[in-house]
Design a protein around this ligand. Sequence first.
Ligand code: TYD
Length: 212
Amino acid sequence: MSSTPRGRFISLEGLDGAGKSTHLHWLTRHLTAQGIDHLVTREPGGTPLGEKLRELLLHDAMDLETEALLMFAARREHLVQVIEPALAAGRWVVCDRFTDATYAYQVGGRGLPVDKFRSLEQWVQGRGETLIEPDLTLLFDVPLAVSRARLADARSPDRFEREADAFFERVRNAYHDRAAEAQGRIRIVDASRDIEVIQHELAAIFTERGVG
Ligand code: TYD
């Protein structure tokens, strides 16, 4: 008896203003063109409860550890209700941010101690000996000045987007540290280049992985 092959889990990461949304649209068009059944979702969010938590996280003042715990609470719901069933059914999951964002924003940006996050990650994502995590993470990297300039044009900024430059500098450095630790899973894409050049590179990454 043959079982359905598990779908692949792809996450997109980067500073606010790195152009993630544009690349996400390209990616879903690309997967559709290749006939790959996929689900697009986001964090925090992705479930009715998660979207309520997102509203709170993006707009309500709160203790920083509460913020971290709510990120993982939303993630747990998202994994159990949406991500794991989709992957098990053979669908691909394209997620706008996942746990790398927590390491970048809450550990890097907010400066919370990393050890607690390793325990939370294990609690929420641990399944026996393994940890559920993306098969591939595209990290859209831009210098701080580019991210800030793009955000300046944005509609009313949320709690994170209102942070100072030093916060985003720490977030970016933390993303780079994660990428160095998770070589092979996290691909850094220089997102300050022209869009066509970036899309060409994305297509090459997928071809390399046997898609398209
Ligand atoms: P974002 O993904 O940038 O959405 P939009 O493009 O609609 O602004 O917004 C989510 C914000 O949440 C972003 O500023 C990063 C933050 N965030 C964390 O701080 N930790 C996390 O674990 C996640 C998933 C997001």
